[in-house]
Ligand binder design. Sequence first.
Ligand code: M6R
Length: 607
Amino acid sequence: MCGIIAYTGHRPATPIIIEGLKRLEYRGYDSAGIAFCLQNKLSVIKTEGKLSNLEQKLNSQEVLLNTSGIGHTRWATHGLPTTQNAHPHLSQNGRFALVHNGIIENFKELKKDLISKGITFTSDTDTEVLVQLIAYYVDKGNSILQAIQKSLNQVKGSYAFALIECSQPQTIWAGRCSSPLILGKGQGENFIASDIPAFLPYTKEVIFLEDYEIAEITPSQIKLFSLSHLTPIARETVLIHWDIQAAQKEGYKHFMLKEIFEQPQVIENCLRGRIDASKQTIIIPELNDIPIPSRLKIVACGTSYHAGLWAKYLLEDIAKIPVEVEIASEFRYRESLLDRDSWVMVISQSGETADTLAGLRLAKEKKATVIGLCNVIGSSIARESDITIYTQAGPEISVASTKAMCSQMITLLLLTLFWAKQKQIISQQTINSFIKQLVTLPEQLKNNLTAYHQKAKELTPKYAWAKSFFYLGRGIYYPLALEGALKLKEISYIHAEGYAAGEMKHGPIALIDPEFPTFALAPKDNLLPKIKSNLQEVQARGGKIIALTEPDALLNVDDTWFMPRSQHPFTSFFVLPALQLFAYETAIYLGKDVDQPRNLAKSVTVE
Ligand code: M6R
């Protein structure tokens, strides 16, 4: 998964491309590059490492003369993250430059064939095959569109690409299959990017390119063609309501911190239009006239999977809908026993996660009804689901997902209440009480976040030495314990395991010693006595404990972190930011790169 941006218009293109790449850097950051045409000659400037390395290389006047170009930030899949393997890649004849996101699975066969025809390769990437193949077909007398068509018909795998040719400096070609690519329509300028924030300062009018379509853009025109017959396609533009502030740091040191602090606003956005205060009802228009699932299978990855696990407790308890939750990469490769009566919910912030998308497609093949819970508008999962419910978190830039989970949890809670009401198994009084707590939640959370941040800062110097951590929770807090451990692992690189507290004594407790601390999720509920005894077992082995709890819970542990008192399941919304801030501050304390953790990328569009 990589980030692509392309611009053609009337302004200097390089600063626009670099600015766009900065907003796409979450998709990959091991090397970066740009290409543009000047006086019928292609210039390619690229380098390994972060975008700042590329910026240092771009300090000549020449890079301000071009008014079109393509840029790329890479997350390596084939070939080491070196300058040689960085994109853009050039064709042997120097006529074409191309940037690509995805994986060309049959690149070895294609490369062998091209080498046998006398073409020399300069990188180890799968991408170079595509640009060489297109140039080869053009050399054989095809038009550029025909050459793209012929090449893509030979390619197996996933791709989103942007291509330029030296004699037509203002024209850019693009295509996609299973990797995102969005076109931005401006005034006398047009854009192509992997994600909307890349061009959001310039336009909010977008066109979603579909799989097996090719785009040709100039400053004044956007043309779409079908890959199969190169027939022109008409597509409406869509107006996006995101604002650019949402895609900038706005004074926060990191996107992760900003996104943690945005959660009260995110909750408000999720509730907007979903609660009719006068009638005290939950409104989910997407589900009007749709039958209530008798069972539900939830399929997702990473943090979204944890949100699904969390929702299982609610959907079963409140809406009495049996739920199975499965990791998408497992689900997609086993006998799923689905049929036309099955209901599958896929949850994904990006809407592009390859395993989740494959799970969705498998479910559809089996004729199941698919509900997609997605944040990114127009993403593949959003478009391919039978019913799409947007989670309204706004652009999430930090690789470590925070506000997206909060938005998924709120949406899943609303769905639970909606279905319970439809089934007539919840009283109006209970609905009223939920609505009351939902609408006051943003303010309550906002009032606590600064103190939370302070508490996280206080605790981290005492625990950041640890090589390993346990996160323990019971019931609805067990999925949150998994999420706490994932956050700590991915940004601080401290090994952490989330565990159901009651399961500790079945093996993991053997690991406890004074060097192996535990972060316990211990709200004051009916399971508190149980978790207290689990924590005593930890203490008896010398393990240090931080307990996240509520006033009066009286826990005799090394450190206590008090949340405001709240009711089930709302306590979860006070647990989540504490876990996020603890991981954030630990990573800061250890000097790690929070927004761009090693080896990770924001949306995992490859297997
Ligand atoms: O975009 P998705 O929600 O489908 O992404 C799923 C995971 O890749 C994602 O949640 C990942 O685990 C995050 N890095 C967690 O912070």
